[in-house]
Design a protein around this ligand. Structure first.
Ligand code: NAP
Length: 456
């Protein structure tokens, strides 16, 4: 029998577990899916926006994997910094697949970034997603203007949540404390800013369109700014045409440009999309962020940008940096600091360029923070194919007959599936008491109490 640990119960970890138990390719394989949180699903629970019900519903499929007879969910077991060292974990299992994602946010590296009022978008996402490491009082939303730096789907997510009315989020599982703050939000304007042009924006069209469909919010664009994009007016007769997603994005932006200015409309919130502005400094007043200084850029004719020498300041009391995620090193595992990933070959962890027996990676820590949730399925399958190929050799490695008992003997208190179900019941009960559907518990004591069945 082969015992495998998967570290991380987000989509890549669960897809790896699914691939391992699929079709009995490895007869008798048993998979423990470890997570440092007592809750499974990773970014599907703590990253997908609460109003994206369809993507959230992927949890049903992920759940069926964790309920498979050969798969065990083992929450509240940190691996790496302050937790179980990879070297010790390797002694308990024939193989370990690290699916730990990209836990940090990228920084801008410009003056003023650390000012109060400058936050990463991932922190904001964690706050409205009830991540227990993010204090419930983290955001007060007293700002009237919020600048969101970046043109990816995370930027779109946070702009949309800021512009949505709290009542629209009430049917979701957004924590009650965040709902209260969103209800009292003073935000009137969200300015999303990209350093390049609309053709280079990273958001997908469905997400972009959603901004224009928000009740009580208007999207504004600057036609002159869009027109700087070489593809905005359509490709030149003998030039290649843009990729389909760019064509669709430009169509949406053209529609908003055609809708004209909304200066007379003072009701509702305003979402402004600005392009060709590269952040150079966060401005300060009274010890807090007061805005962002941008260098005006323009296309360089080769798909990139160059500075024009002009600057523009945008005043804002809150700045959210949505410039991407970054993998963090796991002590005991090799790490490529340039790409923020673990070096690997087809998912086999490489130590000094040589595959390390029994160590694998999948998901963002393998390929970097790109792609949609489904991209993790093929990524995990590739890794598991390598593991299956290695299985005859792996079976000769030592492994513990009962790894959970060993983890307990090391002082850990794993939360197993019944503990997670107990959290689910507690969240449903909390929601009922508030006249809502299930509402997430946002703190460690609450989650651990619920896992033990206290008051659930
Ligand atoms: P992303 O797609 O990589 O976008 C990052 C944005 O930040 C880009 O516009 C990038 O501009 C900009 N940026 C990077 N460094 C910058 C700098 N120094 N100054 C100014 N701008 C800078 O990252 P993400 O939005 O965090 O998304 C991560 C992944 O999760 C993506 O694959 C995304 O599709 C996925 N996701 C999907 C959904 C969904 O499907 N609904 C929701 C959330 C996230 P440049 O292009 O110029 O570098």
């Amino acid at each position: 029998m082969l015992r495998v640990a998967v570290v991380g119960s987000g989509p890549s970890g669960i897809y790896a577990a699914q691939a391992l138990v699929a079709q009995d390719l490895v007869p008798g394989v048993r998979v423990d899916v470890l997570d440092r949180l007592p809750c499974p699903y990773g970014l599907v629970r703590y990253g997908v926006a609460p109003d994206h019900e369809r993507i959230k519903s992927l949890q049903r499929g992920l759940r069926s994997v964790l309920e498979h007879e050969r798969v065990t969910f083992v929450g509240n077991v940190p691996v790496g910094a302050g937790g179980v060292e990879p070297g010790r974990l390797a002694g308990l299992y024939h193989a370990v697949v690290y699916c730990v994602g990209a836990a940090a946010d990228r920084s801008l590296g410009i003056p003023g970034e650390e000012l109060p009022g400058s936050r990463s978008a991932t922190e904001f996402v964690s706050w409205y997603s009830a991540h227990p490491d993010t204090a419930t009082g983290r955001f007060g939303l007293r700002a009237r203007t919020v600048v969101v730096i970046g043109m990816g789907n995370v930027a779109v997510d946070v702009a949309r949540i800021l512009a949505r009315g709290a009542e629209e989020l009430r049917p979701t599982d957004v924590p009650q404390s965040a709902l209260g703050v969103l209800a009292g939000s003073r935000v009137r304007q969200v300015v999303m800013v990209g350093r390049r042009g609309p053709s280079q924006a990273r958001f997908t069209t469905k997400e972009l369109r959603e901004l224009g469909a928000l009740p009580g919010a208007r999207v504004v664009v600057e036609p002159a700014e869009l027109a700087r994009d070489p593809w905005y007016a359509g490709p030149a007769p003998d030039a290649p045409s843009p990729p389909a997603v760019v064509r669709r994005n430009l169509d949406v932006l053209r529609g908003w440009a055609a809708a004209g200015p909304v200066d007379g409309d003072v009701s509702g919130r305003r979402i402004a999309l600005r392009f060709f502005l590269r952040p150079v400094e966060l401005l300060e007043r009274g010890g807090r962020v007061a805005g962002v200084r941008f260098a005006r850029t323009g296309p360089d004719g080769e798909g990139g940008i160059r500075d024009t020498g002009a600057y523009e300041d945008i005043a804002a009391e809150l700045v959210l940096r949505a410039v991407g995620y970054r993998g963090v090193p796991l002590p005991g595992l090799p790490f490529d600091p340039v790409h923020g990933t673990v070096p690997h070959r087809a998912g086999r962890v490489l130590r000094d360029g040589v595959p390390s027996p029994g160590e694998y990676v999948a998901g963002w820590i393998k390929r970097g923070p790109t792609g949609v949730i489904g991209s993790n399925r093929s990524c995990a399958k590739e890794t598991v194919a390598s593991l299956i190929e290695d299985a005859p050799l792996l079976a000769h490695r030592p492994a513990a007959p009962d790894p959970l008992a060993v983890l307990r003997s090391w002082g850990l208190r794993p939360v197993e599936w019944d503990g997670w179900q107990s959290i689910e019941r507690a969240e449903a009960a909390l929601g009922r008491s508030l006249g809502r559907g299930p509402v997430k518990i946002p703190d460690w004591p609450g989650l651990m109490g619920a896992a033990r069945g206290d008051g659930g």
